[in-house]
Ligand binder design. Sequence first.
Ligand SMILES: *Cc1c(COP(=O)(O)O)cnc(C)c1O
Length: 380
Amino acid sequence: MRGGIYPGSDRAWLEVDLEAVRHNAARLRQRAGAPLVPMIKADGYGTGAVAVARALGASFGDRGAMAPDGVDPPWALGIATLDEAESLRQAGCTSRVLCTTPLLPEALPRAAALGVRPALHRAGDIARWAEAGGEAWHLAIDTGMSRAGVRWDAVAALRAALLAHPPEGVFTHFHSADELPDTQRVQEARFRGALAELADALPSGVLRHVANSAGIAGGEGAAWDLARPGIGLYGAGPEEGLGLAPVVHLRARLVDLRRIEPRETVSYGATWTADAPRDVATVAAGYGDGYRRHLSNRGTVLVRGIPCPVVGRVTMDMTMVDVTGVGAAVGDVATLIGRDGDQCLTVNAVAEAGGLSPYELLVGLRLRVPPRYRPVADAS
Ligand SMILES: *Cc1c(COP(=O)(O)O)cnc(C)c1O
């Protein structure tokens, strides 16, 4: 390991293991029993949407897919904003793109121009989509999330619009497949009811999809036509039995080291006091890098493969850890999330230590740290 002066981005970085993303996609694909719409919104949950899309075998013009072993290319890529779609298109991505959040009517021409499949659920928008020259679209049905889509018990009003402009797909979204699995069955039953009610208004091969990662993990083999995993691709969220691999490894160098005496304190607010002489190292990452302040006095960081407690408050740019007995040196690479030797701080475990959502922790990691991909995603 290099000590002393560290240039630029060497202070802290986010390793993104694209092999692990592929592995996780294969596991989710197998459990879902259906082609995937990998959700790469929010820049691939903070890991880099284009790199993830390439790793999963999405089409990038004549450069072609990476043809990952054991992973079918995605049926489509799932996004939430048209800027995200535009970034993919600018990178040369020619795969199908599905936007699962509602778009304002004014945005539909742009969606059409980008070749995006929008989620629609208002008769006026469906007509407007057709006028804008839009082609395939998906009908969003709200079965209890109360966020987006037509209510499951109000779908009949769309019959004429569906007959005039048939959708390619129809979907719903689970609100608590992880925390309250019974609600998944209630939502699926409502979805089936809505599909039955629209049986004469939907095209025969309409693609039906329901499951997020938790829905895939908890699904009892209900074979829908597509599945939409997000967080599971990135090695977090519902892990049980799925055999998902960690994808992100947040590393930062030790940039300072000191011995402190009993009754001396560490960091803002003096929330941690040494009870004996302690060696305190300063890690060059803080909440400005997505290592959240909730981890103050609660997180654990690996230094030389040894778990070391975070002491005092996490600051914007630096975090202090107790490295007494570890033999740490300035320049050492600390692991704030991920694997070092045989120890692994999973996103789930770090989130839990801080009382955080693994989604928020993951999505926030790219505030400042640059990504480093393993293997390098492509030659461009
Ligand atoms: C984000 C999202 C998903 C993925 O959810 P995860 O819990 O991350 O697997 C699936 N479907 C829709 C509509 C979403 O917005």
